[in-house]
Design a binder for this molecule. Structure first.
Ligand code: BDR
Ligand code: CA
Length: 308
């Protein structure tokens, strides 16, 4: 199986990404690292444990950065509720977070398995940027970074910027300029995956705890997306990054030069994609363009259906 570290800020769609990854034998999840983001670090860390309590797994959860490198912290309680996982009843987690910082865990894991570890950040890129700065030897040893963030068109948290990148544009700049193999699943792709009421009903029809939990998460997550954007269902952004590792054939991608705007201004946090190749700069990023949404949901249902 492919070794991954899932770096997340759960978060409704992060929770689905965790469930998808931990149900998939093609992946060996070395650990789950957490960051501030949708809500504060204490809550995102707790939520990673809560999700595992629901599905009955015990992968180590390593708390990471509690704030961005330079800018002020932003958060998304308006989307995810005060807890970050509003909607379903949340069990008390029995496990504790591990007593090691996410950044140290990432560094140690990559150096222990050079060329083998894929990093899957689905929140702010602070942990990854800190790891690259603290131990530059990890950079050539990372197999690939497959992230959810950015967009090749409009943003969701500003007209230009997507939330995860806007959380820490300076960290994103470090990661995008590092020279590691990079895959970006941005809003232009993830918005193709609305969890419509029909799709939510299919999770509920699994008649399992994980199925009901997923349905309830998606129902709450939908409220904001319906009211704010008029979407037919909430996009399951973060699960797209994990699904790409499992079934790349579901995705159409293109290789482009993508640069991060880290100057504060109208485009702060934008992932500027040279779609028409006007700069002559060498591509540094495989960019998700299209996803077979039906296939994506079949994969999710089949995998989440594996939890008893
Ligand atoms: C991203 O922002 C967060 O709210 C979601 O979990 C996702 O990672 C979408 O912009
Ligand atoms: Ca997230």
């Amino acid at each position: 199986p492919r070794k991954i570290i899932l770096d997340c800020d759960p978060g409704h769609d992060d929770a689905v990404a965790i469930m998808l990854a931990l149900a998939s034998p093609e992946l060996e999840v070395l650990g789950i690292t957490t960051t501030y983001g949708n809500v504060g670090l204490e809550r995102t860390t707790r939520n990673a444990l809560v999700v595992q309590e629901v599905i009955g797994t015990s992968v180590g959860v390593y708390p990471g950065a509690d704030r961005p490198l330079v800018r002020d912290r932003i958060s998304a309680e308006a989307v995810h509720g005060i807890s970050g996982l509003e909607g379903p009843a949340l069990p008390q987690p029995r496990q504790q977070p591990r007593d090691k910082h996410a950044v140290h865990f990432i560094i140690e894991s990559v150096l222990a398995h050079p060329g083998e570890v894929t990093l899957v950040p689905v929140g702010a890129l602070t942990n990854l940027a800190l790891a690259m700065r603290l131990e530059p030897r990890i950079v050539p040893a990372i197999r690939e970074v497959v992230l959810m963030g950015g967009s090749i068109d409009v943003g969701n948290w500003s007209p230009s910027a997507e939330f995860n990148i806007l959380c820490d544009p300076h960290a994103a700049k470090i990661v995008f300029e590092a020279g590691v193999p990079l895959v970006m699943m941005g809003l232009n792709l993830t918005h193709q995956t609305p969890a419509t009421p029909e799709r939510v009903a299919r999770f509920r029809a699994l008649s399992t705890r994980a199925g009901a939990f997923t349905a309830e998460l998606l129902e709450f997550f939908q409220i904001h997306h319906q009211q704010r954007y008029g979407f037919p269902g909430a996009p399951i952004h973060d699960a797209c990054a994990v699904a790409y590792l499992l079934e790349p054939a579901l995705f159409k991608t293109g290789h482009y030069h993508v640069e991060i705007e880290a100057n504060e201004g109208l485009a702060f946090g934008r992932t500027v994609c040279d779609y028409w190749r006007v700069t002559g700069k060498a591509p540094n990023c495989e960019v998700g363009l299209e996803v077979n949404a039906e296939g994506f949901y079949e994969l999710l249902l089949e995998r989440i259906g594996r939890y008893s």
